[in-house]
Design a protein around this ligand. Structure first.
Ligand code: GLA
Length: 391
């Protein structure tokens, strides 16, 4: 039995079994795939992501006391914490996003009462599809819905981002919660991370598919290395700003400026900055290619983005490179690249629709036998952002 036919993963029986009552609202927040523009968001650059047709679902109902009781269906765990002083962060880590969200909503003056949350959905976690932002956005949407508050969309994005930064310890940018909130079916978001504003770009690729292939393994190292990349970009900016105080972030740097300043940067700073500067240019070029329906050019840009992430930003890993090497020469593949923070997770492939099955058969034949966890793949569609239903 399900609450709504279109959100089939929220199971009424499970909620009732967990909490002994029926829920009042169900919220759904999607994961994301970033077509291009990786590691540019925290440099105030451009990104071109879309919300995918896989999401975190949260069923919520009123609870007895001034506390949140949260059950994760995927982990089979229940955590309880008081609303008053919902920190500090603790194990299990999934609950930290919800602690952070509750803290952020209360700081906005939203009156939260005790609640029970049941978390399910069909978005795989830990593989670079932004399940943590989707979890935060879904919980914030459900809690605001439960307290009958119309939450401003930008506030919702910032509450989710802050939860991840302060309660999960990742100095992440704004892209993931932004697209989970503002996603629109059939569209990409050209998000300007300095202005915190977007334009929709229609995704029309007749005859082609976007396929996500998960490498199977965990994203070890990801958290620590992410923080280091953020700092490396900041230190490059500090050096560049000595000569030109109008430079505040890598968004303010052109490739010419960077080349002229190359000797003042360490080799690592130069490589990190070069990735960000060229990646911002690739986002603009990708929008142009989409407008011109030039799929070949779009594919080339995806490959270039990957090479830059591997060589200049150094956030790829062996498993991702193996997948890329199998997919790159495959029939019908126009482009592919790693997506998300890096060090594992997924690649995105732009491939002729008729060539999807043979390509995936090749991945299963060549990649899977060499790895403990097999690859997983699915075709992704741009979908709508977070929604809340009152039951
Ligand atoms: C993670 C972060 C995002 C972004 C990407 C890399 O997904 O959460 O803010 O920085 O990595 O583009």
């Amino acid at each position: 039995m399900t609450f709504t036919p279109d959100w089939p993963r929220v199971d009424a029986a499970e909620y009732v079994r967990a909490f002994g009552a029926r829920p009042v609202v169900v919220a759904r927040a999607p994961g994301r795939v970033n077509l291009i523009g990786e590691h540019t968001d925290y440099n105030e650059g451009y990104v071109l992501p879309f919300a995918i047709d896989r999401a975190v679902h949260v069923a919520a109902g009123t609870g007895a006391k001034a506390q949140l009781r949260v059950t994760s269906a995927a982990l089979g765990e229940t955590v309880t914490f008081p609303l008053e002083g919902c920190g500090p962060a603790a194990e299990p880590s999934f609950a930290n996003y919800i602690r952070g969200v509750a803290y952020g909503l209360r700081r906005l003056g939203i009156p939260l009462a005790g609640a029970n949350l049941w978390i399910g959905g069909d978005l795989p976690s830990g593989c670079g599809l932004s399940s943590s932002a989707a979890l935060s956005v879904a919980c914030a949407t459900a809690l605001a819905g439960l307290s009958n508050t119309e939450l401003d969309s930008i506030d919702l994005v910032l509450v989710a981002q802050q939860a991840e930064r302060d309660f999960a310890g990742t100095p992440c940018g704004i892209m993931d919660p932004y697209v989970s909130v503002f996603g629109r079916a059939g569209h990409l978001l050209l998000l300007d991370c300095r202005a915190v504003a977007h334009q929709f770009v229609q995704l029309l690729l007749p005859g082609y598919s976007l396929v996500v292939i998960h490498s199977g393994g965990d994203r070890e190292l990801a958290g620590e290395a992410y923080g280091r990349r953020v700092k490396e970009c900041e230190s490059a900016v500090a050096k560049l700003a000595v000569e030109d105080p109008s430079i505040h972030t890598l968004r303010d740097v052109s490739l010419d400026t960077l080349n002229r300043a190359a000797t003042r940067l360490s080799p690592v700073q130069l490589r990190r900055a070069r990735h960000v500067v060229t990646e911002n240019n690739r986002v603009q070029a990708a929008v142009e290619a989409l407008n011109q329906a030039d799929t070949d050019e779009l594919g080339r840009l995806l490959f270039d983005s990957h090479d830059s992430l591997r060589d200049d930003y150094e956030v790829s890993c062996d498993a991702i490179e193996e997948l890329m090497n199998i997919v790159r020469p495959s029939n019908g593949v126009l482009g592919a690249r790693m997506i998300g923070g890096g060090f594992g997770g997924c690649i995105l492939v732009l491939v002729r629709s008729g060539a999807v099955d043979p390509m995936l058969a090749k991945v299963r034949r060549k990649y899977d036998p060499r790895h403990e966890s097999p690859s997983r793949a699915f075709v992704v569609q741009p979908s709508d952002g977070a929604r809340c239903l009152r039951l």
